[in-house]
Design a protein around this ligand. Structure first.
Ligand code: FAD
Length: 374
């Protein structure tokens, strides 16, 4: 039975559900508050999140050691989360980081992988052609290939697994959005459409909505993102089944997910990377962005890039989707104590899915690390 101070986690996304799992597993009295994914995004008038998808790249290596260490810690726990929840979310197809051979992107990635002893192969363009014949990189580029413990995860299924395990360990789930958060002498009061409840401590993990839940001035850059989805036939998807995930050192940070089956039954490859930032300042901006479904001109640019990267791939149709990323000035997540009662674990900086279990664990640890001291 959970004892001690009551803790609410606001946000049933990747970081919040991970935090709730860690808190519940350690015997804490935890309530996870947040709505599920909207059924009809185009019509939805409530809050939105960044994990409504089937593919997020996961890899241990990164250009910044912080992200690599958080990812290594998370990936090491994927197997246990899958086994204990009975929900699979990890496809270990490998991952490539590609860029100009003498550029900063690959230079930084080579340094991090050397420092952390991350198993990889450094492939020049001619070697890459042997390993991944369907991929055509621009001249002068090469790639770091991480064949193991990398690939892609389903963010939807990871949230489902974390939530299931948190509930199994006694967490209470409230399927509702928070409309107010107030700190009082006796606790932190959370307001929802169902009423209000007071907790001893609150961890806000509401992604792009975090500033608004906290009621503070904008501290993040919340950016509207467009992705292009390339539908494949079953046969083409099977032929391309050997493809790893791909991150590219372009100024726009382009990336590609290999063939993945989506809930509509179709198989898609996905390419992302935006030429500029659409800044989403208010909850209304965020809602309008998701409801609009993305920018056609960005999708067209992504399609041209896809065709250049994979000239031989047969595409059935091209569609697009909208998402948001949440950025801090130092390009690291905000995992912080804001007061004696309010804590925050947010801002994935476009990279927070793969390592969300560790970011959630760190948030959970911050909320509880002084409990023993009384
Ligand atoms: C197009 C795209 C591609 C990406 N690709 C990758 C990738 O390849 N690899 C990678 O590692 N990362 C990737 N990311 C980033 C990753 O998805 C995010 O970093 C991650 O989702 C952040 O997790 P989070 O828990 O902070 O936010 P979210 O997953 O967005 O969760 C926030 C939750 O808060 C809830 N919420 C909001 N407001 C309220 C409220 N008022 N009350 C209660 N709950 C609320 C939302 O409903 C949501 O469930 C990508 C992001 C995008 C948009």
């Amino acid at each position: 039975m959970a004892l001690g101070p009551s803790i609410a986690v606001i946000g049933r996304g990747l970081i919040g559900s991970a935090a709730a799992r860690h808190l519940a597993a350690n015997g804490h009295d935890v309530t996870l508050v947040g709505p599920a994914e909207p059924k009809e995004k185009r019509e939805h008038q409530g809050v939105f999140g960044s994990h409504y998808d089937e593919g997020r790249i996961t890899r241990r290596n990164a250009t910044d050691r912080y992200w690599a260490e958080a990812s290594i810690a998370s990936i090491a726990r994927y197997g246990e989360i899958e086994r204990s929840s009975g929900i699979g979310f990890f496809s270990p197809v490998g991952a490539l980081m590609a860029g100009a051979d003498d550029g900063e992107f690959l230079g930084d990635a080579r340094q991090v992988s050397a420092e952390l002893s991350i198993l990889h192969q450094d492939l020049r363009a001619d070697q890459l052609g042997e390993v991944i014949p369907d991929l055509t990189l621009q001249s002068g580029w090469s790639a770091l290939w991480e064949p193991e413990e990398s690939g892609h995860i389903s963010p939807r299924r990871l949230v489902a697994a974390q939530t299931k395990l948190a509930a199994a360990d006694g967490a209470t789930l409230l399927d509702v959005a928070v409309t107010g958060l107030e700190e009082t002498a006796s606790g932190a009061r959370i307001q929802t459409a169902d009423g209000s409840e007071v907790f001893d401590r609150v961890l806000v993990a509401a992604g792009g909505m975090t500033d608004h839940v906290l009621g503070r001035a904008p501290s993040y850059r919340v950016c509207g993102r467009t992705v292009a989805l390339f539908e494949l036939t079953e046969a083409e998807a099977e032929r391309l089944g050997y493809l790893p995930s791909l991150v590219m050192g372009t100024p726009e940070g382009h990336y590609l997910l290999p063939p993945i089956r989506y809930p509509d039954g179709n198989i898609y490859m996905k390419l992302g990377g935006d030429p500029d930032d659409i800044l989403l300042w208010s909850p209304r901006d965020i809602g309008d962005w998701f409801r609009c479904g993305g920018r056609a001109e960005v999708r067209d640019d992504q399609e041209a890039r896809f065709r250049a990267l994979f000239p031989g791939v047969k595409v059935v149709s091209v569609t697009m989707d909208a998402c948001m990323t949440t950025w801090t000035d130092d390009l690291r997540p905000e995992i912080a104590r804001l007061s004696d009662r309010i804590f925050v674990a947010s801002a994935g900086n476009g990279a927070g899915a793969k390592c969300s279990d560790e970011l959630g664990r760190r948030g959970a640890a911050l909320v509880t690390d002084d409990f023993l001291e009384g």
